[in-house]
Design a protein around this ligand. Structure first.
Ligand code: PMV
Length: 317
């Protein structure tokens, strides 16, 4: 059997993280300049599945993994969803340029990519909806109760307006938008931060409900402005979203500092992206300023930083 190779993008949430877990709308875009790749080939002389992850220096056999290991739960989930009794002996090679635990969708990218790779290798022709459904089940093992925004934007690879429990809606972005993504270098633990928000919400439900509602309203307003191509307004909305995330308690000094640097050097707006308490910020910038903002971020604490463009026809440039 020949080998089968699949790549999927990372993602960033432009508006609405955390509120999206509680049913409010959010907006995410795929990031095609960072990718996760999986290559599958048969192991004719062996009987077990072998997983090689170059980034983590792993060379593992499925039979040696404990039942909770993410590779095991992911492969079992795909096997059950495809109704295949037992998978043949495969070699699964994973490589990625998406930083892990940084709010850029590495775990969802793994779930989507593995689903595409195994199903494709076995000859299944799943559509994006079917891929997304399986990837969401894998995400549940990793995150507990994810909203589903990450696996959806990565499965479809299109700018997404998302509300939990509703079919995905895709955005026609009028003007190309230039984004800068900058890393605090601190790992962001989504499961823990989502649980912290839930705990704090039980202490002060009225205040948290108002904050989440306001975040949802910003996402709705941002959708209109993305479609109209009003980048200045989008920038302002992004910065408003950041103040609400601060009030939710999911920002930290390092994220606030990078947001501040981006704004000081001319970004139209900036906020943390993903679960927060670490990970990355995203800033909307004018093309002309992009390089100077990027170098300011790198000089002022960002451990990594890249410029990316989301284009009119829904593809990243
Ligand atoms: O940190 P990430 O990239 O896994 O994004 C999490 C987004 C949250 O809204 C905080 C959680 C979710 O399930 O949507």
């Amino acid at each position: 059997m020949p080998s089968f190779s699949v790549s999927v993008p990372g993602k960033t949430i432009l508006f609405g993280e955390h509120a999206v877990v509680y049913g409010y709308p959010a907006i995410a875009v795929p990031l095609n300049s960072i990718k996760l790749n999986i290559k599958i080939s048969a192991r004719p002389t062996d009987s077990d599945i072998q997983i090689i992850n170059k980034n983590r220096g792993e060379n593992l056999l499925l039979k040696d993994l404990n039942p909770e290991h993410i590779y095991k739960t992911a492969i079992d989930t795909i096997q059950n969803a495809l109704h295949v009794g037992k998978l043949p002996a495969l070699q699964i090679g994973i490589s990625s340029t998406i930083p892990i635990v940084s709010g850029l969708g590495s775990s969802a990218a793994f779930a989507v990519c593995l689903t595409k790779a195994i199903s494709g290798f076995l000859g299944f022709k799943l559509n994006n909806e079917q891929i997304n459904e399986i990837a969401y089940k894998i995400e549940i093992y990793q995150h507990g109760s994810p909203s589903g925004i990450d696996n959806t934007v990565i499965s479809y690879n299109k700018p997404l307006y998302f509300k939990k429990g509703f079919p995905p809606s895709f955005l026609e972005i009028k003007s190309p938008i230039t984004l800068i993504i900058a890393d605090t270098g601190i790992h962001a633990n989504t499961k823990e931060t989502v649980a912290d928000v839930k705990k704090n919400m039980q202490i002060n439900p009225e205040m948290f409900k108002i904050l989440l509602e306001e975040i949802g309203n910003l996402a709705d307003y941002a959708k209109i402005n993305l479609e109209n191509g009003d980048l200045e307004t989008l920038g302002k909305l992004m910065s408003e979203n950041q103040s609400l995330l601060q009030k939710l308690g999911v920002s930290n000094d390092e994220l606030d500092h990078l947001v501040d640097v981006a704004l000081r050097y001319g970004a139209l707006g900036a906020k943390l992206c993903g679960s927060g308490k670490g990970g990355n910020i995203v800033a909307i910038v004018e093309n002309l300023n992009a390089e100077s903002i990027k170098s300011a971020l790198l000089k002022n604490g960002a451990t990594n930083c890249f410029i990316t463009k989301i284009s009119v026809n829904c593809k990243e440039l």
